[in-house]
Design a protein around this ligand. Structure first.
Ligand code: ADP
Ligand code: MG
Length: 374
């Protein structure tokens, strides 16, 4: 079991509020990723869960027990640090045995368990080596194995892949996801890397300035970003975000901005300032004369091609649209000379709308005014 409930958890350092009133539940077996830019409070939140840092206010429950003031070693949680924190003078086998030896576990049992976890992460052949005789990737596995050794209620990991090169990071990411599936244990994993979050998480908690911006599955965060921040953080290239005005025209709700017109759906709305979000993969590119350039519904953006980036498998075409630079993900067979006049189009169902003032998503409710989602 490993069900963790965070209730209104906050932590301040002098005049900085590092974590601000965060409430969330991590279910048994979840792979929760704490995601957000550097300095948003991820490490502070994880350290409070681990018992390495006291909350300024709020509480923590593990499997129904209040652990807010329980010391770290009483929490039955295992932490994997970014720096691995291995004992340099001990062999891999002794590093792995350490968490059990301090609990005075039977010697034979310790030996068996060490062998078992070493095989699980494929370091069985390295047991006699010292940490300095290992590569970065091997050290990372030893750190994970040491966390596995005592079968904790949950694994806590703070950017464990950030010291690995890109190729090894991808491989280790897949191994960790596989390990999570095999163990069925609760993982809480800190990263600023949206790809790690999208690929490993069962749930993502997106943090921004110490606050919980959005909590949901990777699909929910990607398909229905709750705010301008969430829309801009997930996805590469980022969601195109355009300041616009929402109003009614001929019985249809429309979004207007310089060189941009989007006809959404039948209905009425008072004029309001909004932000229109369109993912690069939802835009298609046309010559201004093409019939597809004048859709009956959805968005049409008039612009000029500024630059194309060839990514090998596809290309990103950047266009100037009014004051904005808009990215379009396109097939390499699309060929547009820089300076070409183009029209970009997207279906109405792919458009995201946010309230300009609050930055929160506007959910459309037929025959009523879109209201910001709480
Ligand atoms: P992240 O892990 O998301 O990069 P942190 O949790 O490390 O962010 O930090 C969140 C904020 O709290 C930052 O502004 C950081 O400078 C501040 N902070 C973290 N630890 C301390 C500390 N021990 N003393 C003072 N400020 C701190
Ligand atoms: Mg950190």
């Amino acid at each position: 079991m490993g069900r963790l409930v965070l209730k209104q958890l906050s932590r301040s350092f002098k005049n900085v509020t590092a974590v601000n009133n965060i409430s969330l539940t991590v279910d048994d077996g979840d792979f929760l990723v704490l995601l957000g830019p550097s300095g948003c409070g991820k490490t502070t939140l994880l350290r409070m869960i681990a018992g390495l840092l006291e909350p300024t206010s709020g509480s923590l429950e593990l499997d129904g027990l209040d652990i807010t003031n329980a010391p770290s070693k009483k929490r039955d949680l295992a932490m994997v640090f970014q720096s691995y924190a291995l004992y340099p003078h001990l062999s891999v086998a002794k590093n792995l045995a350490f968490p059990l030896s301090v609990r005075k576990t039977d010697k034979q049992l310790v030996k068996e368990r060490v062998q078992q976890v070493a095989e699980m992460v494929e370091i069985g052949h390295l047991l006699d080596r010292k940490p300095k005789e290992l590569s970065g990737g091997q050290r990372q596995r030893v750190a994970v194995a040491r966390a596995l050794v005592r079968e904790p209620k949950a694994f806590l990991m703070d950017e464990p892949l950030s010291n690995l090169d890109a190729k090894l990071r991808t491989a280790t990411r897949q191994e960790l996801a596989g390990l999570h599936r095999r163990l069925g244990a609760t993982f809480i994993y800190v990263t600023h890397d949206q790809v790690e979050a999208m690929t490993m998480a069962t749930k993502i908690a997106l943090l921004n300035g110490g606050q919980l911006e959005q909590l949901g599955t990777p699909e929910e965060l990607y398909d229905k970003p709750a705010s301008v921040f969430a829309a801009g953080f997930l996805g590469s290239p980022a969601t195109n975000l355009i300041d616009a005005e929402l109003s009614t025209s001929n019985g249809m709700v429309t979004v207007m901005a310089p060189s941009v017109e989007a006809v959404l759906w039948p209905g009425e709305t008072p004029r309001r300032d909004a932000v229109l979000g369109i993912r690069p993969e939802h835009l298609s590119i046309h010559a201004p004369s093409s019939a597809a350039a004048a859709p009956n519904s959805g968005a049409a953006l008039r612009g000029v091609v500024e630059l194309s980036e060839n990514l090998g498998s596809e290309q990103i075409i950047y266009c100037r649209v009014g004051e904005n630079r808009v990215a379009v993900r396109a097939s390499r067979s699309e060929r547009w000379i820089d300076g070409s006049a183009v029209v970009l189009s997207a279906d109405a169902g792919c458009l995201h709308l946010f309230d300009k003032a609050s930055g929160r998503r506007l959910e459309w409710q037929p025959a009523s005014v879109p209201a910001p989602v709480a």
